[in-house]
Design a protein around this ligand. Structure first.
Ligand code: UDP
Length: 247
């Protein structure tokens, strides 16, 4: 979160700096099967974020000491490319990407039927090509689609979404300026059908009432994002059916 500034993020009509209402998501688009060599893949464009996800596995976990005899290990690796941000990002893992990889791995593990694949590893590579705030929730949303596209059995889809506080108001899905100059950001991962929360972090401060308001906005948006995930996957299966019928 940024420091307090003179920048006005919400105008006199209650509209945000990019013209959105407080409950509006940035434009969101998901495509599957964008990479040939991955078992499953997805490309997400969410606001100015552009993120590619590749899934490999389940395959035998290696090195062997990383194996779990009862279940598969879901290993997400979040990487921000050097050219994805305004100021060149130093390549390679840093504290932030290690943390994001860990929370995304845990969120995805809750959705995948890991118990069906003892000793296996499922790799999820998240490559941020262009960053515009909310990359962890966009990466999580796309990862869930890529896992399903890989045919990996899942009990539910994970939806990522954030809400935050800007100019003292609770709004959905912070954009870059809102992230830089707002007062709080609350990214969450939710299992679409059960409503279970599998990721929750917070940057900045909110009162309990504001937190509840933010959570309600996220829960409502989850349904919309889940529909977009389902449409992306339905597109994949329509294409497969056409291929099989020889059209
Ligand atoms: N960011 C950046 N350089 C970095 C890390 C982040 O410019 O090394 C930007 C990027 O646009 C990112 C935003 O800051 O989306 C917010 O980062 P945060 O750590 O809050 O994670 P995110 O909101 O992307 O999940």
């Amino acid at each position: 979160m940024g420091t307090a500034s003179d920048i006005k993020l919400i105008d006199e009509n209650g509209l945000r700096i990019d013209g959105r209402s407080p409950t509006e998501l940035r434009p969101l688009k998901i495509e599957t099967d964008v990479l040939e060599r991955a078992d499953g893949s997805a490309f997400i464009e969410w606001g100015g974020n552009k993120i590619l996800v590749a899934v490999y596995g389940p395959r035998e976990a290696y090195p062997k000491h990383t194996q779990d005899i009862e279940k598969a290990v879901v290993k997400a690796r979040y990487n921000m490319s050097a050219f994805s941000v305004d100021e060149r990002k130093r390549p390679g893992p840093d504290r932030r990407s290690v943390e994001i990889s860990k929370v995304i791995s845990e969120a995805l593990s809750a959705a995948v039927m890991v118990e069906q694949f003892p000793r296996a590893q499922i790799d999820v590579f998240i490559e941020v090509l262009q960053a515009d705030a909310g990359t962890r929730i966009a990466g999580l949303t796309a990862s869930s689609v890529a896992l399903a596209a890989a045919g990996i059995p899942m009990r539910d889809m994970v939806v990522g979404c954030a809400a935050g506080k800007v100019d003292g108001k609770i709004v959905l899905d912070l954009g870059k300026e809102e992230d830089n100059f707002g007062q709080a950001d609350l990214p969450m991962g939710i299992l679409a059908k059960s409503g279970k929360i599998v990721l929750m972090q917070m940057d900045g401060d909110m009162s309990q009432e504001e937190f509840e308001q933010a959570t309600a906005l996220i829960m409502d948006a989850t349904k919309r994002i889940y529909e977009i995930q389902r449409e992306a996957l339905a597109g994949k299966y329509r294409a497969l059916a056409l291929e099989r019928s020889g059209e």
